[in-house]
Write a protein that binds this ligand. Structure first.
Ligand code: SF4
Length: 376
């Protein structure tokens, strides 16, 4: 199979790991942030840190959309779900995320009409086939998933489907990276740039990180060799005193992004003045809302939404883990009160959450050893 075999070849992986050890200055400690939750998952799944030198630390970033959603937004969405004739539709990884009064799945158990959908168009289909219900799609995700929400809204408008709305929680990656760089307790040497988001936005939006902050960033794929190659590229830049944006994931990510997807987003969405992120607080211009032309499909305008703010349970340290200040097992609840079966925080729910990834692979010792990888 093309594009998997090549990136799981144990001999090439061993050579690349050797190159990393050669490039890393033993007198220096490196802190590289993988922005994307998909990368965090792959790093734990394949036990990548086992082949890295001890002075190279990978810091998990805020790129898991389920994890950065504050509890209040879930509660607001579930309040709408309690309205008569409303169907709450969301992706499966939202279902077990706890709100202050329970998760969507727990609300389903109490009799609310909560459905798992695989795409926003599934939710629109549900609205078409259920004219006596109002289907509200609880949209989450970065620029990766925002275009499909935008296209679905364009379709709803074109077809005049009025029993459908979107509760929009789409966020944008660049302001989150900026907030992390502005954080006084964060020292980073470079970034493994997000692969999925970059298929839409391209590489150009990261140029300020290199130019203004002097940090290299390498947009990376998700296979073990992708990540190791990206680390090699970052170490080369650091060794040569360069700070540039490089694209390791050229087979998927166009430098200029996906123009059609960006155009659909621009047609439907505008930036919110500010939005709350779990762990990072309020970040200006970091999330999307529907333009006035789409107001009749905007759940926050169709229904009355309180905009509740809920603080995380006191002992939960999701914020510190999200910012990369703490590692998952350093949270007092990790593996005891908080497990994938009984999650306290969203980082333990999504497969892209660093706590779930650490628990499922490192804690349970189910890592796939790199030496045992065989071509798929
Ligand atoms: S272990 Fe649970 S409570 Fe602690 S940071 Fe992770 S998700 Fe949050």
């Amino acid at each position: 199979m093309k594009y998997v075999d090549e990136f799981r070849d144990p001999a090439v992986i061993a050579r690349t790991a050797e190159e990393i050890r050669r490039l890393a200055d033993p007198g220096r400690h490196y802190r590289l942030m993988e922005v994307c939750g998909g990368h965090t998952h792959a790093i734990y799944r394949f036990g990548l840190k086992d082949v890295l030198p001890p002075n190279l630390e990978l810091i998990h970033g805020p790129g898991c959309p389920v994890c950065v959603l504050p509890m209040g937004r879930i509660d607001d969405g579930l309040t709408v779900a309690r309205e008569p004739r409303v169907t709450f539709a969301a992706f499966g990884d939202m279902m077990r995320v706890p709100g202050a009064h329970g998760s969507p799945l727990e609300h389903k158990a109490q009799g609310l009409d909560v459905r798992i959908v695989y795409s926003p168009t599934d939710a629109l289909k549900l609205a078409r086939t259920s004219p006596d219900r109002h289907v509200m799609f609880f949209a989450i995700g970065f620029e990766t998933t925002a275009p499909s929400t935008a296209l679905t809204l364009m379709r709803a408008r074109a077809e005049g489907i009025e029993n459908f709305s979107v509760f929009c929680n789409h966020v944008t990656i660049i302001p989150a990276i900026r907030a992390i760089l502005d954080s006084p307790d964060m020292r980073l040497d470079g970034f493994i740039g997000p692969g999925h988001v970059s298929t839409v936005i391209g590489c150009r939006p990261y140029e300020w990180i290199a130019r203004n902050e002097g940090k290299p960033i390498v947009v990376s794929g998700f296979e073990p060799l992708d990540l190791l190659q990206s680390i090699v590229m970052l170490l080369r830049q650091l060794r040569e005193g360069r700070a540039e944006v490089e694209n390791q994931y050229k087979r998927v990510v166009p430098w200029e992004g996906n123009r059609a997807a960006l155009a659909a987003m621009a047609e439907v969405f505008e930036l919110r003045p500010y939005f709350e992120w779990r762990g990072l607080g309020f970040i200006s211009q970091s999330a999307l809302r529907l333009r006035d032309a789409y107001a009749r499909w905007d759940a926050e305008r169709v229904f009355s939404v309180a905009g509740v703010r809920v603080t995380d349970p006191k002992a939960a340290q999701c914020g510190e883990v999200l910012k990369g200040v703490l590692k998952p097992p350093q949270c007092k609840l990790f593996g005891r009160e908080c497990t994938p079966e009984h999650p306290v925080g969203a980082l333990m729910v999504s497969s892209e959450g660093s706590c779930a990834a650490y628990y499922n692979y490192e804690h349970r010792k189910t890592t796939v050893p790199l030496t045992a990888l065989t071509p798929a």
